[in-house]
Design a protein around this ligand. Structure first.
Ligand code: ATP
Ligand code: MG
Length: 659
């Protein structure tokens, strides 16, 4: 890589923009003056948000202490309880009858929990945990399907001041074991199983295997009964959830903890390497989770039905299922299963059934629905939707347009939200009702958040420039470290530009000064001395009517240094159209020419492979490092966080066949 070459080249241009409607703007929670207000006094702005969105047992007087940088302390002399804020205070305010959770199991079973129900269940679970010896300051591993108990378990831990470490239910015993050891958990909360793709899928055996792998400090395993599968039982260690809660009192006094008390540890997705145990604390994290949920999703607690499709095993499920929405008193849908069980319209059926008004999902899901075709959502009434969100990867402009047109009825604003496990909450996003949205761009830092794009030398670039995305001011929900590894914390985030947080992502400003995320800087390609982003070439491919998804990598090339290699998935309805142009070779030629005309000959892929699936992490992100291995004819690297490892075999053999 040429280190003095200042920035990424800007390739794609986007001219479409969608101003908010007058009605939306008039009723929106966020008004345009929020920016100026935050700008005037950033710390005072955050203090106001902390008071406005949270109830404190002991009010804070300090706002930020960054003397121990890079570890920040926010609102440090205040005390509060997360579960009290998410549940009890709504009941105390007379809203105990409001629905908190509309649960839809994959087999079609349903449950409705009001805030009063949640208060009772969370209190019982907190008492049960305490009677099993879990105390303030301990860590509890949670390994559950997407059922209400996942949320209840998290809040029960928070209620007693024990940090939770939620491990995605699709992970293996090995992954669970390493996370139990790393966090030194003393209890595990799991289930017999959950429903996945139309059948019960066991969870408890993985916990048994994990705990058999070596010495741990786990004293008890609390087991929710969901599928009624047979489970092996370790007497003295294993306890049924319903037995423990059945005996427990429904009264529990929440423990008011210091604002900097650990709330949870959560391991990153592992898209770029070994997962990191990200530590979040209480006061600052909850402030920003609630503030962003309120303003970015424009939540109207009395009338909205909110649905975030993430799994609670990811940070999105933490901030935008458990904490943000419940703190704001939302009514939300919780769905257990996959989008295509029993049919590809399941999500849209759920939107229609519950009258979902706000939907928050990921580009991978949107592109998959695009692949399945417009006629699937067309069978359902989606007119209740008034706001759409996206998170997890850059959303290609064409996928954004599809989301707006087919799902949002050409009227619902889309918020493309950029953030990370490490940032705890949304950092960059349009504000609905304020920002004129642009397909493919996350656009602007939220009021109170400071973002910059720097070149190699650490100089800020201006409109039209590109480089490294940095967060140059502390924010309340910032990570407080990598659990047990201070060195890795400073090396990973604070060493590329000493003293400034580097997110690992490339970004550019367009001529209007809006921010575009360009993918991981590790994925940036250098073609004949030009630094190109994977995201832009992928978006050019997805802008072709035949293409639903694309992944691009740079493969070493004798003449150009690196060459663009693309992997594409065609849309369901593209089959007939591609038949018109003939066989595979013509499809590839057409797509290569399309990229050349969209962004220039320099970006033209050396090869394009049409594939049925792409390698993705369990959280749905494309793992380009594996595709690079294939493109360079190497042994494929670590696939443990891959959702389906057989995908790589198919792609590798396709690559050999094509060359
Ligand atoms: P690891 O850090 O272990 O490699 P990960 O980065 O995939 O895993 P997450 O914290 O879940 O784990 O993902 C954060 C990353 O997701 C961001 O750094 C960014 O690359 C990408 N991302 C999230 N939202 C957006 C968005 N709206 N636009 C573009 N990229 C996004
Ligand atoms: Mg990351």
């Amino acid at each position: 890589m040429t280190d003095h070459n200042p920035a990424l080249e800007n390739l794609l241009t986007e001219t479409r923009a969608f101003a908010p409607s007058e009605e939306f703007a008039a009723a929106a929670n966020a008004k345009g003056d929020l920016y100026a207000h935050a700008e005037a006094d950033r710390l005072e702005f955050w203090a106001e948000q902390a008071r406005r969105h949270l109830t404190w047992d002991t009010p804070f007087t300090e706002v930020l202490d960054f003397s121990g940088a890079p570890t920040a302390r926010w609102f440090a002399d205040g005390r509060l309880n997360a579960a009290y804020n998410a549940v009890d205070r709504h009941v105390e305010a007379g809203n105990g009858d409001r629905t908190a959770i509309l649960f839809e199991g994959e087999p079609g079973d349903t449950r409705t929990l009001t805030y009063a129900d949640l208060q009772r269940e969370v209190s019982k679970a907190a008492n049960a945990l305490e009677s099993l010896g879990v105390a303030t300051g301990d860590r509890v591993a949670i390994y559950l399907p997407m059922i209400p108990e996942a949320v209840i378990a998290m809040l029960a831990c928070a209620r007693i001041g024990a940090a939770h470490s939620v491990v995605f239910g699709g992970f293996s015993a090995e992954a669970l074991y390493s996370r139990i050891i790393d966090a030194d958990a003393t209890a595990v909360i799991t289930a017999d199983g959950g429903y996945r793709r139309g059948k019960p899928s066991a969870l408890k055996p993985a916990v048994d295997d994990a705990l058999a792998k070596g010495e741990t400090n786990v004293k008890h395993v609390l087991v929710v009964r969901r599928t009624e599968q047979d489970v092996a039982w370790t007497e003295g260690r294993d306890v049924w959830w319903h037995d423990a809660l059945g005996e427990a009192s429904a009264e529990h006094a929440p423990v008011a903890v210091e604002a900097e008390h650990p709330l949870f540890i959560l391991y990153t997705s592992g898209t770029t390497g070994k997962p990191k145990g990200i530590l979040h604390t209480t006061g600052g994290y909850l402030t920003q989770a609630a503030y962003t949920h309120w303003n970015v999703f424009d939540l109207k607690p009395e009338t909205d039905v909110y649905w975030c499709t993430a799994d609670v095993g990811w940070v999105t499920g933490h901030s935008y299922i458990t904490y943000g929405p419940l703190i704001n008193g939302a009514t939300q849908v919780l769905y257990e299963g996959t989008p295509d069980t029993p049919h590809q319209g399941r999500w849209w059926e759920i939107v229609e059934k519950y009258g979902v008004t706000i939907l928050y999902t990921a580009p991978t899901a949107i592109r998959t629905c695009m692949k399945w075709g417009d006629d699937v959502p067309a069978k359902f009434d989606l007119s209740s939707l008034r706001l759409l969100g996206s998170v997890g990867e850059p959303i290609n402009p064409e996928a954004w347009m599809w989301y707006r047109r087919v799902i949002g009825g050409d009227k619902a604003p889309i918020v493309d939200t950029w953030w990370q496990t490490e940032t705890g909450a949304i950092m960059i996003s349009p504000l609905p009702g304020v920002t004129a949205t642009k397909p493919g761009s996350a656009q602007v830092p939220l009021p109170g958040v400071s973002v910059s794009i720097w070149d190699d030398a650490g100089e800020a670039v201006g409109p039209g420039g590109g480089g490294y995305l940095v967060l140059d001011q502390p924010w309340p929900s910032m990570l407080r470290g990598i659990w047990g590894d201070e060195q890795r914390f400073s090396d990973t985030y604070w060493s590329r530009f000493p003293g400034t947080y580097f997110a690992g992502d490339g970004a550019k400003y367009d001529a209007d000064g809006d921010i575009w995320l360009l993918g991981r800087v590790d994925d940036v390609m250098n073609i004949s001395g030009h630094r190109l982003s994977t995201t832009e070439i992928e978006s050019a491919l997805v802008s072709h009517e035949w293409v639903a998804e694309a992944a691009v990598v740079g493969a070493s090339d004798d003449t150009t240094g690196q060459a663009v290699v693309a992997f594409v998935i065609l849309r369901g309805d593209a089959k007939e159209k591609t038949d018109e142009v003939g066989e595979g070779a013509d499809v590839v030629a057409a797509l290569r020419n399309h990229v050349a005309s969209e962004i220039g000959p320099i970006a033209k892929p050396r090869s394009i492979l049409v594939v049925a699936e792409l390698p993705k992490t369990r959280s749905g992100k494309i793992m380009r490092r594996l595709l690079r291995d294939v493109a360079e004819n190497r042994q494929v690297g670590d696939v443990t966080t891959l959702a389906d490892s057989s995908v790589m075999d198919l792609i590798s053999s396709g690559m050999k066949g094509s060359s």
